[in-house]
Design a protein around this ligand. Structure first.
Ligand SMILES: [Fe+2]
Length: 367
């Protein structure tokens, strides 16, 4: 028995509403903590899959509001595509802050602007206060025209994405401000001892490279970067004569040096959002087997970022001159790290380190 028309309609409406709701759920879940590039790439894929189109593109408005620049695209849209302000379809939708659809571009007189596209739908990407760009989709898979439900889905994507992109912009600005301030702090620290000049930046580069081989998520890589920049910040409280001592250290001087991870954690304790970073700083000198570390933590009780820092830190220390010994070659340093795997270092981290270090040459330094 076929259902009456009004029932079919209701089922169709329910199905549309469900589709819209599950789409909203999916995108609001995934947008937190993503970079701008990741958000744009996700919404392009989401538009293609949900609306069922062959082409989709995210365009960003320049600061003057005169040019639309392609940020990400798929299908028959050029990544080089730049659209200057004219009276065209995209600009009309942006100025009105409303979606617009053109089912037959050749008949609507807009074919010149998009010679490869048959039909097109656009929805502005709006942040808290202003338009930041647009999401464009073109040519449905089934060659049908765009319906009002397609427009609803497109608007659902852009409503979430506009705010997420704006937040990611603000987050990026704040983050570079924070990282800039941390770098200045670290430079001040390293200026007090020429033996450690550049150590922090190199450890940061090595730790992030190992993290990438381990396929850590972008948010974790950011935290790892800040942890690495701050890992020795506690040395700010270590007496300079100990840091710069050219002969071997006495036992009480070693004890003083060993306080720096704990002091670093104390210095940072007020930064409530830095909980994981503080833990990484505090435990970056722990040993995997728990035997010779400062706090006696063992294996996975040591935070992962601290285990990565331990390998990156050791590799830079081994390939740098110290007052009491000459720098080792890359091979000697790698052999030493491999020798200490399973005792000092986490085998999984060393595995990633070995993959990365294979194609890496330590910078040549003149001491
Ligand atoms: Fe350290």
């Amino acid at each position: 028995m076929t259902p009456p028309d009004d029932l079919s309609l209701t089922v169709q409406e329910l199905s549309n509403a469900y589709e819209e709701l599950s789409l909203l759920y999916r995108i609001s879940e995934v947008f937190s903590f993503l970079s701008i590039d990741e958000i744009c790439s996700r919404i392009t894929s989401e538009a293609i899959n949900t609306i069922g189109v062959k082409t989709a593109a995210v365009l960003f408005l320049d600061e003057k509001g005169e040019i639309l620049v392609t940020k990400t695209c798929r299908g028959k849209w050029s990544s080089e595509s730049v659209i200057h302000r004219d009276g065209g379809v995209l600009w009309r939708s942006i100025d009105a802050k409303r979606p617009a659809a053109f089912c037959n571009l050749s008949e609507s007189g807009h074919q010149q602007s998009f010679p490869e596209l048959g039909s097109l739908m656009v929805c502005p990407l709006v942040g808290k206060a202003k338009v930041i760009g647009a999401l464009v989709v073109a040519d449905k898979d089934n060659n049908e025209e765009f319906f009002s439900n397609d427009s609803k889905l497109l608007c659902a994507i852009t409503a979430q994405a506009g705010l997420a992109i704006e937040n990611a912009f603000l987050y990026g600005e704040l983050e570079s401000l924070l990282v800039g301030a941390i770098r200045s702090l670290v430079k001040a620290l390293e200026a007090s001892s020429h033996w450690t000049a550049g150590h922090t930046e190199r450890v940061t580069e090595y730790a992030v490279s190992i993290g990438r081989v381990m396929e850590l998520e972008a948010e974790m890589i950011e935290k790892l970067k800040i942890s690495a920049l701050l890992h020795d910040i506690g040395k700010i409280a270590t007496p300079k004569e100990i840091l710069n001592k050219e002969s071997g250290l006495e036992a009480h001087e070693w004890s003083e040096i060993k306080r720096h991870p704990g002091l670093g954690a104390e210095i940072l304790v007020e930064l409530k959002q830095f909980k994981e970073i503080i833990q990484s700083v505090k435990y970056h000198h722990e040993h995997w087997d728990g035997v010779k570390g400062i706090y006696g933590l063992k294996e996975k009780d040591i935070p992962l970022m601290a285990r990565i820092l331990a390998v990156a830190d050791a590799f830079d220390a081994l390939t740098s001159d110290r007052p009491y010994r000459r720098m080792k070659s890359k091979k000697e340093a790698v052999d030493e790290i491999v020798r200490c795997t399973g005792t000092q270092f986490d085998p999984t981290v060393v595995e990633a380190f070995l993959k990365w270090v294979d194609g890496f040459n330590p910078p040549h330094r003149v001491s």
